[in-house]
Ligand binder design. Structure first.
Ligand code: GLN
Length: 492
């Protein structure tokens, strides 16, 4: 067997694969086939993909190889990745994890997908997710639960659980995700990968199926901060088709990766280290903070006094927005249509009743209630006011510190089924991530160690548009640790 045949491409980061592609040590077709084979061999254990686009992936890989040969390529040309099934992909089913869109073949690409294609990325397929991105465990998908590659009896987190599981098991070098209340960071933490949710407005939401429009933001999920930087370079930027997308120059996110951390001020919110945090997780986070001290950072205690309000506020704002966004799925304009409706009302009610799952219905009902006249002021308006207070806490904190650190999730991945009958306990697994979305700030999760063999993520939150700084802070840690390189034994 030649050296080439035993090469374990799944152990390599995108930065490393890219260098190999450019040097002609591997072709995009070989890499793409390698990952398609891994998906075939392993995904049965994980259920991380809803659709695998083998044929179009190989065709895109041929094109990428051509570009590389002609010297017309960039750092992502020929690199295979997966897209969360919330991004519209032309000619490919885009289900959003729901029966409602099970037969939806998108006629166009989301801007994120267009930009990735332009960068020469090869799409391997579409990853499983909680239905309409509502969930923290990936158990609400119409296509069944996704499993965590570190222990397949546990959840991968949600809602970008398919992306996290696939990257955790190295069935894809990276994947896209979306984060409304933690859906990039929480599953990244639970599956031992690196993920970044940029500032709200940094990446276009065009073609990304809406859950809660004032909170939703796309981002990359990969092995390392360096890979996230490469992917963010391709994803970020203004798009006139999304009125909330911000027209601000996109820096090269790799440019600051190597900056030393001497003098970095890290804020530790006392609310993130209190009751509810597993002592073992806390130990891991404290260990990571020690590492930062060695790198020259200063640890400063801070307070985010309104953070206790973030879960209740989110669970008014997000359902309110989703109830409006999901009203379009009525069996006429969009989505599944029930069989043999007797009249229009029957068509609406049965199409929605049969097309949506329980969690989505719960959110629509809560949201419709919160927006109804008589309750609007008490719930929706009040929540919007409290949202400002939550943002103000961060503003004040960022006067004293550069970044904020803490655990991403209070505990490691829980068992499948453990919280499915208890929505409140499920909602609390996002207790440290949600405030960041309410404030519109950028946040990351970085692998920081293991508790009983299960990964733990360190959350790093930055000020608006400080993605470069977050990636730099994460990269310096990853240069000195190798938690992010760990691969679950069954997928090694
Ligand atoms: N887990 C949160 C929810 O269920 C957040 C989901 C998300 O970020 N998409 O709404």
């Amino acid at each position: 067997m030649s050296a080439k045949e035993v090469e374990k491409y799944h152990e390599k980061t995108i930065a490393e694969l890219s260098a190999m592609l450019q040097a002609g040590e591997v072709s995009s077709v070989e890499l793409t086939q390698y990952f398609l084979d891994r998906i075939k061999a392993h995904d049965e254990k994980l259920n991380s993909f809803i659709t695998v686009t083998e044929e179009s992936a190989l065709a895109a890989a041929v094109e990428a190889d051509e570009k590389i040969k002609n010297g017309d390529s960039g750092p992502l040309t020929g690199v295979p990745i997966a897209h969360k099934d919330i991004f519209c992909t032309e000619g490919v089913r885009t289900s959003c994890g729901s029966k409602m869109l099970d037969n939806f073949i998108s006629p166009y690409d989301a801007t994120v997908v267009t930009k990735m294609k332009a960068a020469g990325v090869v799409m391997l397929g579409k990853t499983n997710m909680d239905e309409f991105a509502m969930g923290s465990s990936n158990e609400t998908s119409y296509y069944g639960a996704v499993k965590n590659p570190w222990d397949t009896s546990t959840v991968p987190g949600g809602s970008s659980g398919g992306s996290a599981s696939a990257v955790g098991a190295r069935l894809a070098p990276a994947a896209t995700g979306t984060d409304t209340g933690g859906s990039i960071r929480q599953p990244a933490s639970m599956c031992g990968i690196t993920g970044i949710k940029p500032t709200y407005g940094r990446i276009s939401r065009f073609g990304m199926i809406a859950f809660a429009s004032s909170l939703d933001q796309a981002g990359p999920m990969a092995q390392s901060a360096e890979d996230c930087a490469l992917l963010l370079n391709a994803m970020a930027g203004f798009d006139e088709r999304d009125s909330t997308c911000i027209d601000k120059e996109v820096p090269d996110y790799t440019a600051e990766l190597d900056k030393p951390l001497e003098g970095l001020r890290i804020g530790l919110p006392k609310e993130y280290f209190g009751e509810g945090l597993s002592p073992e997780v806390e130990k891991i986070i404290r260990g990571a903070l020690e590492e930062y001290k060695k790198l020259g950072a200063e640890l400063i205690d801070i307070e985010l006094p309104n953070s206790g309000l973030s879960v209740p506020v989110y669970y008014v704002v997000a359902p309110a927005e989703c109830s409006a966004n999901l009203s379009r799925f009525d069996g006429v304009r969009y989505g599944y249509r029930c069989e043999n409706p007797v009249d229009l009302m029957d068509l609406y009610t049965r199409s929605r009743g049969e097309g949506f799952g329980a969690e989505v219905k719960r959110r629509i009902m809560v949201g419709t209630y919160a927006l109804s006249s008589g309750y609007y002021d008490a719930y929706y308006l009040k929540s919007q006011q409290l949202r400002h207070k939550i943002s103000d806490d961060f503003k004040e904190a960022f006067e004293k510190v550069d970044v904020i650190m803490g655990p991403t999730v209070p505990d490691t991945a829980f068992k499948i089924g453990e919280k499915s009958d208890d929505p409140i306990s499920m909602y609390l697994s996002d207790i440290y991530t949600i405030a960041v979305n309410l404030a519109g700030l950028p946040g990351m999760s970085v692998p920081a160690g293991f508790v009983n063999g299960m990964p733990v993520g360190l959350q790093i939150t930055g000020n608006y548009f400080k993605e470069s700084q977050l990636l730099n802070v994460a990269h310096q840690y990853q240069k000195n640790t190798d938690w992010h390189r760990a691969i679950p034994e069954d997928f090694s």
